[in-house]
Design a binder for this molecule. Structure first.
Ligand SMILES: *Cc1c(COP(=O)(O)O)cnc(C)c1O
Length: 372
């Protein structure tokens, strides 16, 4: 019988919340009493703190990571009929955000060790209708942003980064989100920085871009009842912002711990011949997930379950073969690295609260059954 509640869960939000319980409840009480429930001072305070930690001048809180990417793309000028180059090896939201603007996601394959967009394949995907590139810093591993910036500059393309899994990740000492027109973040509860509900953020160093994002997410307002563009309601709420402000103070420490845990896993699994994540040179990855490839995934998953160890598969079905994406016209075989990764990856427990003896136990069970 599979264990329903693993004693080593893949992520442990409960343990994190236990430690922060008093601080978070106090913050919620403050918002409750202030009545600043939607946008307002708590959202502004969080935007300022988050922007400063990421070395950008502006941030706009919004309703979730999917709307964040969509708002960032719309503010960057992406619209109906535009092509946007990204990968199929990501969470579905990346492509949904593009499609909701009437634009077309154009997929290219990933690099084998980083799982990120392969810059060498981008040029051949560019057409006269290409408007933007959306690099996804998957699993918290930064893309090689200098190659992407070079391609974008030469072809007059926008870069909008999907940083949903990469809070505080750096490429050449610069935080992700700041390499192009804008970057989007998610604060879904299981992300490296998670709300107790949905929330997201757009960051940018460009005044005009953030101004457009802020206007779009709040009904296209010029003043309270004058609306000069058709916008949305995609605002962030005060309670989530207050919770996130508390948690943001711990993010550096949690991130450092994630790196330690990854190093610990790497030291055990690499010598045994397993393909682990290989971040590019000059990057500081943040290990949203610890992903390793196995030849016998079903067997490995069953053994982990039997031993009370949580795991995940991120992601078993690439976007180009998803039923909802069939109108894009791709088929199985289009992206070999993406497809073989999707067949072989498994994510092991990873979070700031994971104890050393738990990692040991995971490695023991994993290496006793998994084949590289
Ligand atoms: C989580 C995620 C999103 C979407 O974020 P939500 O807050 O869940 O809407 C987008 N892109 C990637 C890569 C993600 O992992």
């Amino acid at each position: 019988m599979p264990n329903r509640t693993p004693n080593i869960p893949i992520i442990n939000v409960e343990a994190q919340h236990q430690k922060l319980r008093a601080e978070i409840l106090q913050a919620l009480e403050d918002v409750f009493d202030s009545r600043a429930y939607i946008q307002g001072p708590y959202v502004q305070a969080f935007e300022t703190a988050f922007a400063s930690q990421h070395g950008v001048t502006h941030a706009a809180g919004c309703s979730n990571g999917t709307t964040a990417l969509s708002l960032a793309l719309e503010a960057a000028g992406v619209g109906p009929g535009d092509e946007v180059i990204t990968t199929s090896y990501t969470f579905i939201a990346t492509a949904e955000s593009i499609l909701h603007l009437g634009a077309i996601p154009v997929f290219v394959d990933i690099e084998p060790g980083t799982y990120n967009i392969d810059p060498r394949l981008i040029r051949q995907a560019i057409t006269p209708r290409t408007k933007a590139i959306v690099p996804v810093h998957l699993y918290g591993t930064p893309c090689s942003m200098d190659s992407l910036q070079e391609i974008a500059e030469q072809n007059d393309l926008e870069i909008v980064e999907d940083c949903a899994q990469a809070h505080l990740a750096k490429f050449k000492e610069q935080a992700v989100g700041s390499f192009g027109r804008a970057g989007s973040f998610s604060f879904y509860p299981g992300k490296n920085l998670g709300a107790c509900g949905d929330a997201g953020m757009v960051v940018s160093n460009d005044d005009e871009t953030i101004w457009r994002v802020k206007k779009l997410l709040d009904h296209g307002r010029e003043t309270k009842y004058l609306h000069d563009i058709v916008g949305y309601n995609r605002r962030m709420d005060g309670m989530q912002a207050a919770i996130l402000s508390v948690k943001l103070r711990y993010l550096e420490d949690w991130t450092a711990r994630r790196r330690e845990i990854a190093a610990f896993y790497d030291a055990r699994l690499k010598p045994a011949g397993f393909q682990v994540i290989e971040p590019p040179e000059n990057t500081e990855p943040v290990y949203h997930l610890y992903v390793v490839q196995v030849a016998n995934r079903d067997e490995t998953a069953a053994a982990l379950s039997e031993n009370g160890i949580g795991f995940g598969i991120h992601y078993p079905t690439p976007l180009h073969v998803q039923p909802s994406m069939q109108t894009l016209g791709y088929k199985t075989g289009s992206f070999p690295v993406t497809e073989s990764s999707a067949d072989r990856v498994i994510s092991l427990p990873m979070c700031g609260e994971l104890a050393e003896e738990s990692i040991d136990r995971v490695c023991q069970v994993f290496t006793s059954i998994a084949q590289p």
